[in-house]
Design a protein. Structure first.
Length: 584
């Protein structure tokens, strides 16, 4: 066998580290040391450059960092735009739900949603759709923002009992910064939101006392004030010899002013509610509620006695029934006593204590507690043109008297020193102490007065021996107590002071009506008497006064309307505050 020799020669004087022969035919070393030497030589000849390796690593890392920054930037852009989209869709859903009223449909909701979404997102919107559950079934298809027909009916929005749910879905394209390098120029984003127009159970509580026919001022051609007769009034310019004649004529012919404006505004408020979903009732108040009845007088001529206060129509979601009741003059009208059938054919002995605000609140509260929908927002809207000056008859004789007091109880029946059924306040009884922010608040019974925890009961201040004031539980006290009772059931109370008598009452304290209405509105705002959006007279300490807004100024849940043409705006403002809430 031929051998090939490989010899390593070391430095002079040194022995070579490896030596040996390899068989030419085998192709492998015959000595293991030769193998190690060959491997070492191969590694030294062909090992890559360390500097080049570092450059490659840095380049790869830089490219990865650029990709990461680009992706993070695009992700941030998507997040910011999605946040804007959600806000726009939320606003669009609320706008759509605001159209959930009578005589308005899905087209109105869609238009409202599109307007708001476009305003929020400019021209990048690609699609908007609204969904609801109509009472009448699926309904017709409509076109979406992209011009395609779609069915707006959504079965999952149909609930039992019905709710006023609206869903808005919107999409738009987001322009990207990095991904266009990869051919992805934009990404579509979509979001949806549901809003709910609050399910409403509302009781309209309307003042129907005789003063609702007094007119709006000296120039009112339909006024029937209790003075200045004979006078010409009414659309037929008829001459009347007495207030009773004028009152009965305006009642029969439906031109009593300003009551007919109140009737129209109340009907308009009901018209903003959703038929079949919202519920409404109407009560009116004057004096003590009595049943409508026909009696046969001793002289043989039957007459009908209408209720001075009480129910007009109970809670119902069939709003056409409510509208009919409001416009039915036999069911809702200014109260007038029947004429006394004597030789003069006059209605004599009118009792001018006829604004039973407390009794009206009691009736309205009872209607909601007995018949209201548990998940609905319970609302009482109270409208009156003056102060409380009468109460219900007392259920028991407690020595503190309601006004008028029960027959045979020995209590005072009519109070004429101050306004009927209202105690004189300190400024009225003692001019030397012009207190302007203290209103009487008396305990309704001896038991209540003896309760050490019953802190809100106060009497007038600055009493002197020369100006004695007898304190009774009066009509103002009763109305405040009934407001407290309503608020304890979670009922939201709105009050409307209508006309100059609310801030300029002709007897007693001039602003007694507005102060009472502001108290009712404050309690009905959140059920807490220690908070007072209207700054109404303080209830816990007669030495402390809330800052009172100027007379005739709206505040909290209280609204003032000086003229009939302001009533529609007031009812519209109340409707906007109670009809909406966003859900998710």
């Amino acid at each position: 066998m031929k051998r090939v020799g490989l010899k390593f020669v070391g430095r002079k004087g040194r022995r070579p580290r490896f030596s040996g022969d390899f068989p030419a035919e085998a192709g492998r070393p015959t000595d293991f040391s030769h193998t190690l030497m060959k491997m070492a030589l191969w590694h030294r000849l062909f090992r890559p450059s360390e500097k080049g390796q570092v450059l490659i690593i840095v380049a790869v890392a830089f490219i990865a960092l650029l990709i990461l920054v680009g992706l993070v930037t695009d992700a941030a852009v998507l997040y910011v735009n999605y946040t804007h989209l959600r806000q726009a869709v939320d606003a669009g859903a609320v706008a759509a739900a605001a159209q959930y009223r009578k005589d308005r449909g899905i087209e109105d909701m869609y238009a409202a949603a599109v307007d708001v979404v476009q305003l929020q997102l400019s021209s990048v919107v690609t699609d908007v759709e609204t969904y609801w559950c109509p009472v009448t079934g699926e309904g017709d298809m409509i076109k979406n923002y992209a011009g395609k027909d779609y069915q707006p009916y959504a079965s999952d929005l149909c609930t039992v009992p019905p709710r006023k749910l609206v869903r808005v879905r919107a999409c738009f394209n987001v322009e990207l910064f990095f991904l266009p390098i990869l051919g992805i120029n934009n990404i579509p984003l979509c979001a949806q939101a549901e809003a709910e127009a609050a399910l409403i159970n509302v009781v309209l509580l309307l003042d129907t006392s005789e003063s609702m026919a007094y007119g709006t001022g000296p120039g009112d051609p339909n006024a029937c004030p209790p003075w200045g007769y004979p006078r010409v009034a009414g659309p037929n310019h008829e001459e009347f010899e007495s207030f009773a004649d004028c009152l009965h004529a305006c009642l029969d012919e439906q031109w009593c002013s300003p009551f007919e404006d109140v009737r129209a505004a109340a009907a308009g408020f009901v018209g903003m509610m959703r038929d079949g979903v919202d519920s409404a009732a109407v009560y009116h108040f004057d004096k003590t509620p009595v049943l409508t009845q026909s009696v046969d007088l001793s002289y043989g001529e039957p007459i009908t006695i209408y209720p001075s206060s009480g129910l007009v129509v109970p809670l119902t979601s069939t709003l056409s029934i409510v509208d009919e009741a409001i416009n039915d003059n036999s069911r809702l009208h200014v109260f007038a006593r029947p004429k006394r059938p004597d030789e003069d054919d006059l209605a004599l002995n009118f009792r001018w204590t006829n604004t039973n605000i407390g009794g009206g609140l009691r009736e309205a509260t009872d209607e909601l507690v007995r018949n209201g929908t548990p998940d609905a927002v319970w609302v009482i809207v109270l409208l009156t043109d003056g102060a409380a000056n009468t109460t219900d008859v007392a259920a028991d004789e407690n020595g503190w008297w309601t006004c008028p007091s029960p027959p045979g109880s020995g209590g005072p029946d009519e109070r004429t020193v101050s306004p009927m059924c209202r105690d004189p306040e300190a400024p009225d009884a003692d001019p030397t102490h012009p207190v302007t922010t203290t209103v009487t608040r008396h305990c309704p019974s001896l038991e209540a007065c003896s309760n050490p925890e019953a802190v809100p009961w106060y009497t007038n201040r600055y009493l002197t021996a020369t100006h004695p004031i007898t304190y009774y539980y009066d009509a103002d006290d009763y109305a405040r107590d009934m407001a407290d009772a309503a608020a304890s059931h979670g009922i939201v109370l709105f009050t409307i002071g209508f006309g100059r008598s609310v801030i300029d009452y002709p007897a007693g304290r001039d602003d007694a009506g507005e102060r009472l209405l502001r108290y009712i509105a404050d309690v009905g705002d959140d059920g807490d008497r220690s908070t007072a959006p209207c700054g109404s007279d303080f209830y816990w300490d007669s030495d402390y006064k809330w800052p009172l807004p100027p007379q005739g100024e709206d505040c909290g849940n209280y609204y003032y309307a000086d003229e009939p043409d302001e009533l529609d705006d007031v009812f519209e403002a109340i409707a906007k505050r109670v009809f909406l809430r966003i859900t998710k």
